[in-house]
Design a protein. Structure first.
Ligand code: PLP
Length: 382
């Protein structure tokens, strides 16, 4: 059996390797593509599950100075890990009562409604100095942001912009991952019309998908999320991003079973020939979707090993009959995400999107941050 001393926690069910060199290469690729627009990093949900306190500093080192999270708590936790001159934005907006916290910590709430905008201006009055405003306008997604009549109302309020000088106007694309969707051009048109009502400010519109739309979509600041973490920015052509995540699980047990033997909860896997079944210590509690029961696979040396039966909470059974007897044993590793099985493939098998697979990655894995070949401890920076 191969030695496994490169697993940081030798008793973990699987090793998650996060390649920081691939992450920063992806940042450079987006930054070069959208220049002269600046590239911000979206690091909400713990940097899509990969660890915001490792990801954000690595991107700051690349020159990134704009970071977006979803919640104030995420911003507060991340602030000490960012350079003092980095801007930190809270996408979900300004919760009532959070005004002073944001102002004191220099955190920028994305103002998503008139009420939020007015509370931010009131805080500026209270502390006696101007606070920068980041406004989100709803250009068609109907999720967050000021609606057109609210933008018009705010535009009339000249005193408002003295207390909170407008720094950034942003909006979000609903269909950026479909470059051919006519909704993109329509949203762009509405974004420009709404921004024209407001005092001059920097503009931000594109997410990962938007970065791969024409330059007219890039404006001043692109908000890149999933593409930094290796997922394809859209469904067209080969994925231009470098894979960042690799997941390898260790075999706990291998057994031979006679023809007609059921496997797993509900005995939903049952072959008419003898089979060999290997069990790994990863389950739906680790973010491996139960929907992959009898659908997904693992890989060993390029051989596809189908998931046999239901995904359990803490384990998965694999049909390893395709391998020679004895080729695989306890302690050997199989690939769940890696060169043979991409994040996109796992998501497709599970009937979901790479975002959901990434953000579900469990806390029980042994995590290795490498700045070289994924899984190679000689390059680990832990
Ligand atoms: C999550 C999010 C992003 C990043 O989107 P990706 O598709 O992951 O690049 C950008 N902007 C807003 C408003 C978001 O909510």
């Amino acid at each position: 059996m191969a030695p496994h001393d490169h697993i940081a926690d030798p008793f973990a069910g699987a090793r998650l390797t996060i390649d920081l060199a691939a992450l920063t290469a992806n940042y450079s690729l987006i930054a070069a593509r959208v220049a002269p627009a600046r590239t911000a990093a979206v690091v909400k949900a713990d940097a899509y599950g990969l660890g915001a306190t490792r990801v954000a500093p690595a991107l700051a080192e690349m020159g990134c100075r704009d970071f977006f999270v979803a919640h104030l708590a995420e911003a507060i936790a991340l602030r000490p890990h960012l350079p003092a001159d980095a801007a930190l934005y809270v996408l979900n907006g300004l919760q009532p009562g959070a005004e002073r916290r944001c102002a004191t910590l220099g955190i920028l709430p994305v103002l998503n409604s008139l009420d939020q905008a007015r509370r931010w201006a009131a805080m500026a009055r209270e502390i006696g100095h101007a606070l920068p405003a980041v406004l989100q306008v709803d250009s068609g997604m109907s999720r967050l942001g000021l609606q057109p009549e609210e933008v018009a109302a705010l535009a009339e309020d000249k005193a408002f912009f003295e207390q909170v000088p407008l720094r950034l106007v942003m909006s979000h694309l609903a269909c950026a991952d479909e470059p051919g969707n006519a909704a993109n051009a329509e949203q762009l048109r509405r974004f420009h019309a709404l921004a024209a009502l407001l005092p001059p400010a920097l503009l931000s519109f594109a997410n990962s998908g938007g970065a791969f739309l024409p330059a007219a979509f890039h404006h001043d600041l692109v908000r890149a999320g999933v593409s930094l973490y290796g997922a394809a920015p859209n469904g067209e052509g080969p994925n231009p991003m470098r894979p960042v995540v690799r997941l390898d699980a260790r075999i706990i047990q291998v057994r031979a079973i006679p023809a007609g033997t059921g496997v797993g909860y509900g005995l939903t896997f049952n072959k008419s020939e003898p089979a060999r079944i290997a069990t790994i210590g990863v389950g739906y509690a680790d973010g491996w979707p139960r929907h992959l029961s009898n659908r997904g696979a693992a890989f060993f040396g390029g051989v596809r090993l189908p998931i046999a039966g239901r995904v359990s909470m803490d384990s998965i059974t694999l049909d390893v009959t395709a391998l020679a007897e004895g080729a695989l044993g306890p302690g050997d590793e199989v690939e769940l995400i890696g060169p043979h099985q991409t994040l996109e493939q796992v998501a497709a098998d599970a009937g979901t999107i790479p975002y959901e697979i990434l953000t579900s990655l469990g806390s029980r894995y042994s995590r290795i941050y490498s700045d070289g070949v994924p899984g190679d401890l000689s390059n680990a920076v832990d």
